[in-house]
Design a protein around this ligand. Structure first.
Ligand code: ADP
Length: 599
């Protein structure tokens, strides 16, 4: 019950979102309503002249009939051409409306979803989010087409035809009206029943795609572990489930067609039989037969099409509900109502009695108290899982604190605007991911207003210029699948160039742990020294070469500070720091040996 009401709740959300976006264009909507009504009026009126035409033929000799026939034909043609002309207009208006609303929906959902928190994006597959955003606007097209081209016209046509047949003889009008009600009720009931079958088929279809891509992307593992038969069996199961679900859905579809066909045949025969009796009584003319038959054929075709469209609408709305839900999840981290811009002068950072845990409730940091003076360079070290990365995430306000305050130059970052906070901090991640854009654009992300010259200067300081200039397209080279592939060291130098360009007063650096080749290591160290000048720096340090240059080293264990001081002091003190470096020193010394050999 609960899930059912949740689903219908989100269907309402989709409809309300679509309506709000459509209502931004009242003129287009009004024009579509008017044009739609005019087209259907022409469609209902034209056959009346066809009826006259037939009646004239049936009751006159050829010599006397010509004038009347010409008039009837001319009027019949006039209405047909009016409908044709209006349809062109309708297409024009609908294209204008749908393309605008679809663009708006894309922008609305993108700008809301991209403001979701870091947590949201680590908990959802980006591919799935992308699919949902695009489906959201595509579904609108299906829904709007169905309403303007099918549902609205079919309702008007049905009313018009019932009214005119009623005028010819009440029995015909009432008969048709009753039939339409029965037909539509059965149709809607069937569509509601087929919907779960279609959802199931769609779900199994996605599952087949999932199994397929999982198996193919792990093809080498499957081969090496002699798992091909296992993968085959998994895929076979997925395909067979999809086949069964699709078969059930199609079988149901077939039942719908069968019932529709039967109802159509019955009403056709019954109405013609009734017309025959009325004709016998002299109440109907031959032309009336043509009128009834034309109406019925038009109406049947429209009803069948409308039914098909309604089924599409159900699927489209079901797909859009996931996005509508996503648009209703509140943003986890956002500006407080009276947020003020952060003003950084010295760059002093104070963590005051911080308590923080991720969703699962366990405190990752508790009673974390650290003060970093303006311009001080601090290394965070400690075993994996100690909470070092968490400290930097909290400083960047990717998460809000459970308890305590973080202050920069005496200002609570929780009260500052997120934009000003993030403008004040340059962050170089451990494994930078670059945009699939040119290298120039990637570096310029640090300062969108920077000139090309400034970008190149930053690249030179970060030691990127050498390898970028060696590329055939230089700074215009696209990064990513179709461009070049950069090594880890190169990507980190691009991220450093970006940070140099950003020139923020505070620098947060997550040092790369992956072993960089010795040349990259030396170049990166040099680039980092340039970057760190005259800034407050917090580094999650993994390398001895970084640590020994720092003003202070903070040793973290289980979310607490267990020791702090300069390298030599800490080594003298012994304890965790010494253990850590004794374990790791071997690796560092090795890499330094290699470096000196290279030189
Ligand atoms: P470090 O950087 O010192 O290796 P982290 O700050 O990354 O440590 O992690 C501290 C603890 O928080 C670890 O136990 C880790 O499993 C947990 N943790 C980190 N990120 C998340 C997350 N997004 N959700 C839940 N737990 C997390």
């Amino acid at each position: 019950m609960a899930s059912r009401s949740r689903i219908s709740g989100s269907v309402r959300d989709v409809i309300s979102d679509y309506w709000r976006h459509t209502a931004r264009y009242p003129l287009l909507v009004t024009l579509l309503i008017l044009v739609g009504a005019a087209i259907q009026a022409a469609v209902v009126i034209a056959p009346l002249y066809l009826k006259d035409f037939i009646d004239i033929i049936a009751t006159n000799a050829p010599s006397t009939a010509i004038e009347g026939l010409t008039t009837a034909l001319a009027l019949f043609a006039l209405f047909i051409f009016i409908a044709w002309g209006l349809r062109r207009l309708q297409f024009y208006f609908i294209a204008a409306l749908e393309t605008r609303v679809m663009a708006d929906l894309n922008i609305t959902s993108f700008s809301y979803i991209i403001r979701h928190s870091y947590h949201f994006f680590v908990s959802n597959f980006v591919g799935a989010i992308v699919r949902r955003i695009t489906r959201y606007s595509r579904s609108y097209e299906t829904v709007a087409d169905a309403i303007f081209f099918q549902l609205y016209p079919v309702i008007l046509i049905a009313f018009g035809m019932v009214a005119i047949l009623y005028l010819r003889h009440p029995a015909l009008g009432i008969g048709l009206a009753v039939w339409i009600v029965v037909f539509s009720t059965i149709q809607i009931a069937l569509i509601r029943r087929i919907h779960p079958y279609r959802l199931k088929a769609a779900e199994e279809d996605s599952n087949v795609t999932g199994v397929l891509s999982d198996a193919l992307s792990n093809q080498s593992t499957a081969t090496l572990f002699a798992g091909l038969a296992h993968e085959h069996a998994r895929f076979e199961t997925a395909v067979s489930r999809f086949r069964t679900a699709q078969y059930r859905s199609w079988k149901f579809d077939d039942n719908i067609w069968a019932i529709q066909g039967l109802l159509i045949a019955i009403v056709n025969v019954v109405l013609l039989f009734a017309a025959m009796r009325l004709w016998q009584q002299g109440l109907l003319s031959v032309g009336d037969f043509v009128l009834i038959q034309t109406y019925l054929l038009t109406l049947f075709e429209r009803l069948v099409q409308a039914g098909r469209e309604v089924r599409q609408v159900f699927s489209a709305v079901a797909e859009a509900t996931e996005t509508a839900e996503m648009l209703r999840i509140p943003h986890e981290v956002r500006d407080v109502p009276d947020a003020v811009p952060l003003f950084v002068k010295r760059g002093e950072i104070v963590f005051k009695d911080i308590r923080f845990g991720y969703r699962d409730g366990n405190a990752v940091l508790s009673r974390f108290d650290v003060r970093v003076a303006g311009g001080e360079k601090v290394a965070l070290v400690g075993p994996s899982g100690a909470g070092k990365t968490t400290v930097t995430k909290l400083l960047l306000r990717l998460y809000d604190l459970d308890e305590g305050v973080i202050e920069i130059d005496g200002q609570d970052i929780g009260q500052a605007t997120l934009e000003s906070l993030r403008k004040s901090i340059a962050f170089v991640p451990q494994d930078p991911v670059l945009f699939h854009r040119t290298l120039l654009e990637n570096i310029r992300y640090g300062d969108m207003g920077a000139s090309e010259h400034e970008v190149i200067e930053a690249a030179k300081k970060a030691h990127c210029h050498e390898f970028i200039s060696a590329l055939p397209h230089g700074y215009e080279t696209l990064v990513g699948e179709r461009g070049i592939k950069l090594s880890g060291g190169e990507r980190q130098r691009i991220a450093i160039a970006r940070a140099i360009l950003k020139n923020a007063p505070i620098l947060v650096l997550d040092e790369a742990t992956s072993s960089l080749d010795s040349e990259s290591e030396a170049l990166i160290q040099d680039a980092l020294e340039t970057l760190m000048k005259a800034k407050t720096v917090i580094v999650i340090a993994h390398r001895l070469s970084t640590v020994i240059k720092m003003d202070r080293i903070i040793v973290m264990e289980d979310g607490r500070v267990t020791a702090e001081g300069r390298h030599e002091e800490l080594i003298k003190q012994g304890g965790k720091y010494q253990t850590l470096w004794n374990i790791q020193a071997g690796g560092f010394l090795d890499s330094e040996d290699i470096e000196s050999e290279d030189v």
